[in-house]
Design a protein around this ligand. Structure first.
Ligand code: NAI
Ligand code: MG
Length: 502
């Protein structure tokens, strides 16, 4: 199958932005890497170099951490009222909205995702996250606590708690939702009064750097937000290990999550992790099958399957198995795969050559272990872009690698089930616990199952619903802590108890 990549007129601000090597933001200034090195970022639809970016390493991370430390310990940020902090975050969101089109185009060029999706989902959700968190800046409250002190009954005390920012935060984010992940991390940290060093993924550094320009324009004091692009093993590792960083927040693979935990032991910095998933999506025979079929297809194929909570293990009640699989496969075949810039594209390329290899490798493993592809099963066409066919695998066994391991591509494995009890054990039997889906009209059954699924999010008759107010995160090896909603404030504040003898 051929893949259309027609030349498309790109906004002049965007072409200007990508035509120059992009620098890193440290202490309010745009800097080259101390080493002078740059690295290329690629357009995944064509495999061509898109832009050159300053390659941060230990020295740059150190400069950024020092700037964040100074801004936290003594800069104007620490004196700013919560209301002014909230206003500044809101102002950033307004600026982002003015540049929505540029953000969406940069995201599509750098990550590959359809422009229609970046425009309708990634960028508006990122903006909304800043607005939602701007409101929390003024609502971080402690409590007053009555003290009994039974062994000193004659004395009395007045005690209260303060919620204080945790300090300098290092944030390491992935490439699947580059701008949105930056927003999930930056917005709550800033609302809580922390200062930040953000390291975007090496595959997709551009939207975070564009966002950096708006932080400067909005008037954030120097050093409050520092953005250092670079590789994981160098810049990322230096940030995770830095002695002056109070907390590290990471989204990415479970494997690297464990490295982050180890790196954090030096100064026992706080750690939060949002890691991989292999989420079960369960369709019962009493579901609205049309809704379940479209929902199950988009649960896996959204964002080229590069979603940590993708519904990648489909369980279908046996009597409707054939019908549901046929339906999902038919949806898969109809997906318009192509360059994200094409208006009719519904699925773009994978993010990188490496990710394409990884996904194709899993497809080969699955097929050689006995799975059958109802549709898809390989790289798509002979394009230089990183396109892979939307794939539905059947005849899988629960212990196969394609069923146990995160593929992070448009590949779903589907199995029938008979008994709901046995189903629960199978649904929970991976190392992950990020999300799950349930499709049924029986609400009691749905809520019973929701309680027994070991997952941080359960969607009932829907999938991939995200909201700034709804906490998100993992059970088991899918992570530590919850992002978004009120819960995330726990990650960026700490409690101080103050006790006075009266
Ligand atoms: P990764 O976990 O290596 O990369 C994520 C981020 O961590 C990037 O910013 C990277 O530069 C950084 N990083 C890498 N090694 C590091 C280290 N030693 N110290 C500090 N930071 C480090 O993920 P990768 O290699 O891009 O993808 C591999 C697999 O990870 C994917 O196939 C997928 O299964 C999973 N993944 C999960 C994501 C999620 O949203 N939970 C996002 C991206 C990948
Ligand atoms: Mg990696």
């Amino acid at each position: 199958m051929g893949i259309a990549v027609s030349p498309i007129q790109i906004d002049s601000r965007v072409s200007d932005f990508i035509s120059k090597p992009r620098k890193m933001l440290i202490d309010g200034k745009w800097m080259d890497a101390a080493s002078g090195k740059t690295f290329p970022t690629y357009n995944p639809a064509t495999g061509e170099v898109l832009a050159q970016v300053a390659e941060g390493d230990r020295q740059d991370i150190d400069a950024a951490v020092q700037a964040a430390r100074k801004a936290f310990d003594s800069g104007p940020w620490s004196q700013m009222t919560p209301s002014d902090r909230g206003k500044l975050i809101w102002k950033l969101a307004d600026l982002m909205e003015q540049h929505l089109e540029e953000f969406a185009t940069i995201e599509t060029l750098d990550n590959g995702k359809p422009l229609t999706v970046a425009r309708a989902a990634d960028v508006p959700l990122a903006i909304d996250m800043f607005r939602y968190m701007a409101g929390w800046a003024t609502k971080l409250e402690g409590t007053t606590i009555p003290i009994s002190m039974p062994h000193a009954a004659n004395s009395s005390y007045f005690a209260y708690t303060l919620r204080e920012p945790v300090g300098v935060v290092g944030q390491i984010i992935p490439w699947n939702f580059p701008l949105l992940m930056a927003a999930w991390k930056l917005a709550p940290a800033l609302a809580c009064g922390c200062t930040v060093v953000l390291k975007p993924a090496e595959q997709t550094p551009l939207s975070a750097l564009f966002l950096g320009e708006l932080f400067v324009e909005a008037g954030f004091p120097n050093g409050v937000v520092n953005i250092v692009p670079g590789f994981g093993e160098t810049a990322g590792a230096a940030l995770a290990a830095h002695e002056l960083v109070d907390k590290i927040a990471f989204t990415g693979s479970t494997e690297v999550g464990k490295l982050i935990v180890n790196a954090a032991t030096g100064n026992l910095k706080k750690v939060s992790l949002e890691l991989g998933g292999k989420s079960p999506n369960v369709v019962f025979k009493d579901a609205d099958l049309n809704g379940a079929i479209s929902g199950s297809a988009s649960a896996i194929f959204f964002n080229q399957g590069q979603t940590c909570c993708a519904g990648s293990r489909l369980f279908v009640e046996r009597s409707v198995f054939d019908q549901v699989i046929e339906g999902v496969a038919a949806k898969a075949k109809k997906i318009n795969v192509g360059s994200g810039l094409e208006p009719k594209t519904a699925m773009g390329p994978l993010v990188s050559e490496e990710q394409l290899q990884r996904v194709c490798n899993y497809l080969e493993i699955g097929l050689s272990e006995g799975a059958t592809a109802v549709t898809g099963g390989k790289k798509m066409g002979d394009s230089k872009g990183y396109f892979v066919e939307p794939t539905v695998l059947v005849n899988t066994k629960d212990d196969m690698r394609v069923v146990q391991e995160e593929i992070f591509g448009p590949v779903v494995t589907a199995v029938p089930f008979d008994d709901p009890e046995e189903l629960m054990a199978r649904a929970n039997s991976t190392i992950y616990g990020l999300a799950a889906g349930i499709w049924t009209k029986d609400i009691s059954k749905a809520h019973r199952l929701a309680a027994s699924l070991r997952a941080g999010t359960v969607w009932i008759n829907c999938y991939n619903v995200f909201d700034a107010a709804l906490p998100f995160g993992g059970y088991k090896q899918s992570g530590w802590g919850r992002e978004m909603g009120k819960d995330v404030l726990q990650l960026y504040t700490q409690t101080k108890a103050v006790c006075t003898r009266l």
